[in-house]
Design a protein around this ligand. Structure first.
Ligand SMILES: [Zn+2]
Length: 301
């Protein structure tokens, strides 16, 4: 009898505490929303604040985003000042102490990656929007491995009841990710040493990964649109050092890379940049499939 009562009490306690905590995730960009789903599965509900058609440097802090942030348990963002133009306002307006800077509910992916191009001096007057180092780590899939590990640990910290799920899902992700990365590297081997032109200086991690050689960015400074005079300079440089193709992210204005394509006689290639940037980039895995397919396609032109 006592045992039955004890069991009944346990059952009541179990139903009173939520069986699945269902962490509410506010992801700043689609790649971090996708990674949150990979690690969290049905234990997390993910809201992704931006799409692949939007410039993640330039987002409006709309009331709908603030409302979502108000109920979030964790933000999963890029960091390294990528969102400096919009996220601080959302955090402030949300009044949600859980996701304030420095809290366990504020997760920045770039804290778990070694950033390239950390400038020795800050000079925003020159239009440098990458003052904390280059934030675009998702262009190299190897960077996601460390982020995934840290994210699983953070989900576990916030929701220890589901620790086993987060750890199992992370281990499974790492296995699939390592296999996929090896496959991408083998497939992309013909790209090694290929000189390219980029629109925004957003691809340095991918260039290092695949051995692509950036001849020139089409922005004189990160975030500063090129003048026609500057594009003429780039064309001059391309005569001395020809590039095979010009890449830009799906969200970017197509005119600078189209201008270069037309005048230098090289293909302009649109890359997804994030999940959803192109129709084929439906998840983290197809993001890199599509990125490599598109560049290999341009190499054949
Ligand atoms: Zn950038």
């Amino acid at each position: 009898m006592r045992k039955t009562l004890f069991l009944a009490a346990l059952l009541v306690a179990a139903s009173a505490a939520p069986a699945s905590a269902n962490l509410s995730v506010f992801a700043c960009e689609p790649e971090w929303g996708a990674l949150s789903s990979e690690i969290g599965g049905d234990k997390v509900s993910v809201y992704t604040a931006t799409t692949g058609a939007q410039d993640p440097h330039q987002i409006q802090a709309r009331p709908s985003l603030i409302a979502k942030a108000r109920n979030a348990d964790i933000t999963v963002c890029d960091g390294a000042e990528l969102e400096i133009g919009w996220l601080p306002m959302i955090l402030q307006q949300s009044g949600n102490a859980k996701i304030a800077v420095g809290q366990p509910g504020a997760f920045d992916a770039t804290n778990y990656a070694h950033l390239l191009e950390q400038p020795s001096r800050l000079d925003r007057a020159e239009g440098d929007i990458h003052a904390a180092g280059n934030p675009h780590i998702q262009t190299d899939p190897r960077m996601l491995s460390g982020v995934a590990k840290a994210l699983a640990a953070r989900f576990t910290q916030l929701d220890p009841a589901n620790a086993a799920t987060y750890q199992a899902r992370e281990a499974d992700f790492q296995k699939r990710w390592a296999a996929a990365t090896a496959k991408w590297q083998a497939k992309a081997a013909p790209l090694k040493g290929t000189p390219i032109v980029v629109q925004h200086h957003a691809w340095i991690y991918m260039e290092r990964w695949l051995g692509l050689v950036e001849v020139a960015p089409l922005e004189p400074k990160p975030g500063v649109p090129p003048s026609s005079g500057y594009l003429a300079q780039v064309l001059g440089r391309l005569q001395a050092t020809p590039a095979k193709f010009a890449i830009r992210a799906a969200y970017e204005d197509d005119s600078p890379s189209n201008f270069i394509s037309e005048h230098a006689g090289i293909p302009a290639v649109v890359l997804p940049f994030t999940v959803g940037g192109t129709e084929s980039a439906k998840d983290l895995f197809s993001l890199y499939d599509d990125t490599i397919n598109r560049m290999l396609g341009a190499l054949k032109k």
